[in-house]
Each structure stands twice: as C-alpha cells, then as structure tokens.
Write a protein that binds this ligand. Sequence first.
Ligand SMILES: *[C@@H]1O[C@H](CO)[C@@H](O)[C@H](O)[C@H]1NC(C)=O
Ligand SMILES: *[C@@H]1O[C@H](CO)[C@@H](O)[C@H](O)[C@H]1NC(C)=O
Ligand SMILES: *[C@@H]1O[C@H](CO)[C@@H](O)[C@H](O)[C@H]1NC(C)=O
Ligand SMILES: *[C@@H]1O[C@H](CO)[C@@H](O)[C@H](O)[C@H]1NC(C)=O
Ligand SMILES: *[C@@H]1O[C@H](CO)[C@@H](O)[C@H](O)[C@H]1NC(C)=O
Length: 473
Amino acid sequence: MAVNILVNVLLLGFLGLFFLCKGQNTSVSLSPMKKKEQETLYSVIQGFIGKEWNGSDLYPDPCGWTPIQGVSCELYDNFWYVTVLNLGPVFDNSYICTHDAQFPDQLFKLKHLKVLSLTGCFLSPTQNPVRFPISHWENFSNSLESLHLRSNPGLVGTIPSTFGYLRKLQSLVLLENGLTGELPSNIGNLVRLRQLVLSGNHFVGEIPFTYGGLSELLILDASRNDLSGALPSTIGFLGSLLKLDLSNNFLEGELPRELGRLKNLLLLDLSHNKLRGGLVGTLEELVSLQHMVMSNNPIGGNLLGIEWKSFQNMESLDFSEMGLTGNVPESMAEMKRLRYLDLSNNNLSGSLFRSLENLPYLAALHLNGNNLTGRLEFSEWFYSKMGKRFTAWDNANLCYIARSMLTWTQTPHGVKLCVHETSLFEETSKMKTNDKDSNFMSSSGSSRCISYGFWWVLNVNVVFHVFIWNMSR
Ligand SMILES: *[C@@H]1O[C@H](CO)[C@@H](O)[C@H](O)[C@H]1NC(C)=O
Ligand SMILES: *[C@@H]1O[C@H](CO)[C@@H](O)[C@H](O)[C@H]1NC(C)=O
Ligand SMILES: *[C@@H]1O[C@H](CO)[C@@H](O)[C@H](O)[C@H]1NC(C)=O
Ligand SMILES: *[C@@H]1O[C@H](CO)[C@@H](O)[C@H](O)[C@H]1NC(C)=O
Ligand SMILES: *[C@@H]1O[C@H](CO)[C@@H](O)[C@H](O)[C@H]1NC(C)=O
C-alpha cells in the first residue's frame, strides 16, 4: 500500500539521515588515522568487494576527501576511526560487493563502527551462501547503533543470539534476505531499538513475548515470513509504536486485548494470517490509527462491537475476506477522514445506509461479495464520483434506485435496478444494457438534450471533486 511505503520511507529516511549526517565532511582536520585502523578498514573492504581492490580510491587518507560514498569516520582522541560502512548500490558512487563476498574476520576490530549497512551484497544462496558470524558481536556492544542488511538472498541461516550483545542498537533492519529459524528472544533486551524490520525472510516460530520490552520501538515489521502462534499480549507494552506490520504470516489465535494500548499507532497491518475470534472492542482505543488492514483472516464476528467514531484519523480500512457477518453499522460513516473502505467478500447482511455518501474524502468503497439486501440509495453524483472504485456486485438481493434518468457511468456495476423502479426508467435501464456508445443516439431529441445537460453538470461536479481531493492530499 502506498501509504505504508510512505510511512516507511519517512521513518527510514529519518533514522538514516540521523546516522549519516554525523561525520559527513571529515576532511577538514589533518588528524591522522592509526595505521592499524587503516589496515583493518582496507582488509574489511576487501572482504566485501574483493581482493583486487587496492585502496587507491581511498588514498591517501580514507577519512579525507574521496569520491567514494558510504565510508565515514569520526575523531576519537584525535585519531580518525571508521564509524560508517555502507556498501552496495545505495549511493551513486559506493562500493559494490563481489560475488564471493564474506563477512571479513577483521570486521570486529573496527571498534568505533556505528553503522554497518550491506545491500545486495550476498546474492546467491546456492553459489555463495553466507551466514552471520556467531561470535565477536560483543566487540560492537558499545558502538554499533545501526545494522542493516537488505536484499541479500544469499544471507542464510539464523540470527545469532549473540546479537543480544548489541545493546546500543537503535535500528536493526534485516529486510529481504534468506534468513531462517526462530527469532532470538534476547533481541527483546535491546531496549534502545527504534526500528526492527525483519520482513521478507523465512523466519518461523512465535514472536517472542520478550519483544514487549522494546519500549522505544517505533517500527515493528515482521511481515512476509512464516511466523506462527498467537500475538503475544506483551505487544501492548510497545507504547511508542507507530507502525506494526505482521502481515503475510501464519499467525493464529485471537487478537490480544492489549493491542488497544498502542495509542500512537498509525498503521496496523495484520492481513493474510490465520487470526480468529472476532474483532476485539479494544481496537477502538487505537485513536491515532490512520490505516488498518486486517483482510484475509478467518476472524469472523461482526462490526457492531466497535465504536467507529473513535477513529477520527482513520484514512483506510481494509476488512475484506474476514468472514464478517451482521450489518454494516451506520456509525462507520463517522470516520470523517476515510478515503478507502473495503468490506468485500464477507458475509455482511442487511441494508446499507446512505450517509457514507457524505464522507468528504471517500474515494473507494468495496462491498462486493456479501449478502447485502435492500436498496442502494446513493445519488448519481456519488456513483459517478466513485466510478470503478465503487463495487457492490455479488450481493444477490441488492438493488439500486434511480432518481432520474441515468447514464451508464452513474449506475453501480453489476447491481440490478430495483424492480418497482424498472417501469419508471425502463428506457434508461434498457439503454444501459445496449451498446454504451449508442445511448444518446437511440434517445429522442429532447431526452438527448437533457442527457447532455446532465453530463455537463456531472462533469463540473467531478472536476470539482477531483480538485478538492487532490488539494487535500
Ligand atoms: C569538505 O571539505 C573539503 C576540504 O576541506 C572541501 O573541499 C569540500 O567542499 C567539503 N565538502 C562539503 C560537502 O562541505
Ligand atoms: C589500483 O587499482 C586501480 C583500478 O582498480 C588501478 O587503476 C591502479 O593502477 C591500481 N594501483 C596500484 C598501485 O596497483
Ligand atoms: C575485539 O576487540 C578487541 C579490542 O579492540 C580486539 O583486540 C579483538 O581482536 C577483537 N576481536 C575480534 C574477533 O576482532
Ligand atoms: C456465509 O454464511 C453462509 C451461511 O452461514 C456460509 O454457508 C457461507 O460459506 C458464508 N460465506 C462466506 C463468504 O463466508
Ligand atoms: C443471506 O441472507 C439471507 C437472509 O437475509 C439468508 O436467508 C441467506 O441464507 C443468506 N445467504 C448466505 C449465503 O449467507
């Protein structure tokens, strides 16, 4: 989802800048770098990018001006030490790992390393499978703040429990690698973590309850793994959390009531899991929430137990394929900022209220594949504003009413006209089923006139609303 990405980019950007801005222009001073540190740096870089590299582009002083991006230093006791190592195609001019890259032994001698970031470094799980070193992470326990490994399908094996030594760590991003095994519980001791991204690996087992100790965490993303078991109730202790994404796993059991304690949460995505037991009423306590995605869970239950008007910041709500039953409560129309509402492919019944039409930002409404009944009473204006983003087909006993002669863009696709209306606007509905382009031609002169007049009003309306919609984005 675009918004999801936006939150990600904003937060990652924020954390990234925070780390990278430090020690940007390090060439001002003429302080030296110890020979030992320099040799260590060179052999570490060689380990990642290949033995052929001779250091000439970092010559004479790797902490001075170089055309290479991704290596930065800071002064400690008047000597330069490497603090940032960022390899992979991230900047225009950064080092790219070689096909047989390894974690070099010398790495743990870089005693002031704060940021290690490897992107697209270990590419082949068959030709060059690489595992995290198990020992020596304690060497980074007073320095490493950020450890990022992205897009390394050749990085296999488990997260070593020795990561538990990295008590300065603020950002652990292990995104889209080939990692397997269970999540180590002692990651929960890294209380400075603000960002924990584990998505796109093959992690199994439960989310350790110890992760509830990460009280400063802003982002928890473990989506797209094979995690199972229930959500730990300790998740309610993550009071700073802005984004919780556990989608596309095999999580089961009920939603813990403690979820409601996440007062700062902006995005909750639990979609594509095996969650059951209905929606818990404490969800309405997530008062900051802007995006909630719960689709594709056999969660069941209904929409009646939740005070929808608590969600005054809600912009998108995806509740499709959840086995929901019962009515669509009218209070859903009290989420005034709603842009996107998807209730499709459930077992919702009863009739729909017209007030949804008054939501000023609503741009998509999906109701198809339910058991809704009765008459859709939305206006022509609403149908034409929504266009293809209004879907209500596959509701066997649903029909729409027409207040005036309608053009085909003003009717809900796949929904029949209510029976007693048919006689009134028989001609319109017949036109609808005919060739769309010949609509006006087959009408009489006067009704053609009306049609055009109507079109004009309609178009002005649409343009106006699109304009407002864009303005408010
Ligand atoms: C960094 O310092 C060098 C030498 O002092 C200077 O030439 C260069 O323009 C500076 N770069 C930035 C981005 O300030
Ligand atoms: C170092 O390698 C570069 C190209 O990678 C080459 O142009 C240069 O001559 C080499 N320098 C030495 C001293 O081998
Ligand atoms: C850990 O750090 C110490 C002190 O800097 C160093 O002597 C030692 O070699 C390092 N261990 C490894 C495995 O690099
Ligand atoms: C809806 O409910 C009926 C009867 O309870 C059931 O047979 C059907 O499978 C349900 N459909 C969905 C999509 O959940
Ligand atoms: C749809 O609702 C009607 C009652 O309104 C009920 O008789 C019927 O079984 C429902 N169908 C499904 C598939 O749930």
